[in-house]
Design a binder for this molecule. Structure first.
Ligand code: FES
Length: 284
């Protein structure tokens, strides 16, 4: 249904690539699995940070607009305070969004760019609105605020599309308890090479297996961030696997997130050997 079915077209705007690609690469390499990157991705929170932070500017700016339109003279001070709160709180929300954007796939980065442009236009309108209020031109301030809220509504709609249609920020293993092996399930021959990531299938679930000596670790192979193939990733000396797509780092022993962009842990599986076969099941 128009215009929501048109949003899919944004990801095909390849003429944006000369701007989007270097910009996202620059952000990604500047953050480079640093503590700041993990803080912005929400790794510490177990949930992407951006959708949490955007509640404040959207709520504050929408409330400011309502007071502008219907609050009368008595509400002017409150409206100004809400406008200022909205503008200031948009900055950390934008920083978290930029971090997630830099670690998305190219099609989502194009859509994310349009999302960011709409929100930037909205923010500039609100900055101009604050300036007009400061100069005493309330009519101009109200109109600029209304225009800014309109742009932010467009940006928010595109952001919702990225989350709900493209599953950006969603846990790509959220259904594992319904679809994964809850009971012991065959995962192929017990023979595994030493210290190498191996892909096996346990019923419908792709499984990453790593043997180190007598120990065998198993994780769901589909990365929780955006379904990257963990068996094509890199093993680290401290017992982790690094996703080949955007660098999320998971501990092999339990699937916990060591570095984002994933904010969601990787489901771990218990392993046992039965005869010459391996069996796995979702860990408790
Ligand atoms: S798919 Fe993005 S880090 Fe794995």
């Amino acid at each position: 249904m128009f215009p929501f079915d048109q949003l899919d077209r944004l990801e095909k705007l390849t003429f944006l690539d000369p701007v989007v690609t270097p910009l996202t690469k620059a952000i990604h390499s500047a953050l480079d699995s640093s503590p700041v990157a993990d803080a912005l991705h929400g790794t510490w929170l177990g949930h992407p940070l951006h959708p949490v932070l955007v509640q404040v500017p959207i709520g504050a700016l929408a409330s400011a607009t309502i007071l502008d339109m219907a609050g009368g003279k008595d509400a002017e001070q409150a409206a100004d305070l809400l406008a200022l709160t909205g503008v200031l709180s948009a900055l950390p929300a934008a920083a978290a969004g930029a971090a997630d954007w830099s670690a998305a796939n190219p099609s989502e980065q194009r859509t994310g760019f349009v999302h960011a442009v709409a929100n930037t236009v909205g923010l500039v309108c609100w900055l101009a609105s604050l300036l007009a209020r400061h100069r005493g031109d309330r009519d101009r301030g109200r109109l600029l605020g209304l225009a800014g809220l309109g742009a932010i509504a467009v940006g928010g709609t595109i952001g919702g599309h990225l989350s709900y249609r493209r599953a950006l920020g969603a846990d790509h293993n959220a259904d594992i308890e319904d679809t994964g092996p809850v009971d012991w399930t065959d995962a192929g021959a017990a023979d595994l090479p030493e210290g190498k990531p191996v892909l096996r299938q346990a019923a419908r679930t792709p499984v990453l297996l790593v043997r180190q000596g007598a120990r065998i670790d198993a994780l769901v192979d589909r990365c929780s961030h955006q379904s990257g193939p963990l068996h094509e990733g890199t093993l680290t000396d401290d017992g982790c696997v690094v996703c080949p797509w955007h660098g999320s780092t998971f501990r092999l022993a339990d699937g916990s997130v060591v570095h984002g962009p994933s904010a969601h842990p990787q489901p771990a599986l218990a392993v046992r050997i039965s005869g010459d076969r391996l069996q796995v099941k979702l860990a408790d």
